[in-house]
Design a protein around this ligand. Structure first.
Ligand SMILES: [Fe+2]
Length: 192
């Protein structure tokens, strides 16, 4: 019997294998990743748990990337209570799954002009749960670590390199949103 792949290699392989087509089946990807995270929970925490102890703020770690077809796989560390701004994903499709802890994800629809955003629902993700979105300019969301004490870890798969995206703020009482370009900063690369 062959040696079983490391958990990092397995997660990468699922993300790569299921994102070969132009319209990947993100529901299947979410199920496969969730199954792996549940079945190998001890290994997951042995490989990635140290990212919860660094206390360096919100961090993005590159797990794997491929250019053809384009896909990137990242792990993110969320300090207690940390919330992202409302943000888009540069038109890429994406999937996020909770590795450890729990996240709230509030989705928004962008209107015809970039100053209008409408909340379209919330979901809550515990360990192994996933949510996803298609490649559309109209999707945005805000994500928050629900714990006030513990760092959460999440796995993200995007249909390309999410180097730049837009973050949205509501600076005044008018309810208008303002979009500002942001750069994704990578803390480092994870190895199998
Ligand atoms: Fe996001």
């Amino acid at each position: 019997m062959g040696k079983r792949s490391s958990i990092i290699t397995s997660l990468r392989d699922i993300a790569f294998d299921l994102s070969d087509g132009e319209h990947p089946d993100l529901a299947s990807m979410g199920r496969e990743i969730g199954r792996e995270l549940h079945a190998r929970n001890g290994e997951v925490l042995a490989s990635l748990g140290a990212l919860r102890e660094r206390r360096r703020g919100f961090e993005r770690w590159m797990l794997a990337e491929r250019s053809k077809p384009p896909v990137s796989v990242l792990v993110m560390a969320w300090p207690p209570d940390y919330s992202t701004p409302v943000h888009d994903h540069g038109g890429l499709w994406g999937l996020e799954a909770t590795i450890a802890g729990a996240l709230e994800v509030e989705s928004f629809d962008k209107g015809d002009d970039e100053h209008s955003l409408r909340s379209s629902g919330r979901t809550w993700l515990g360990p192994g749960d996933a949510t996803w979105f298609d490649g559309a300019e109209t999707h945005a969301h805000r994500c928050r670590n629900l714990s006030r004490h513990d760092t959460a870890l999440t796995l993200h798969v995007y249909g390309g390199d999410l180097a730049q995206y837009l973050a949205y703020e509501q600076p005044g009482p008018s309810g208008h949103w303002i979009a500002r370009p942001r750069q994704s900063i990578i803390a480092g690369r994870l190895t199998a």
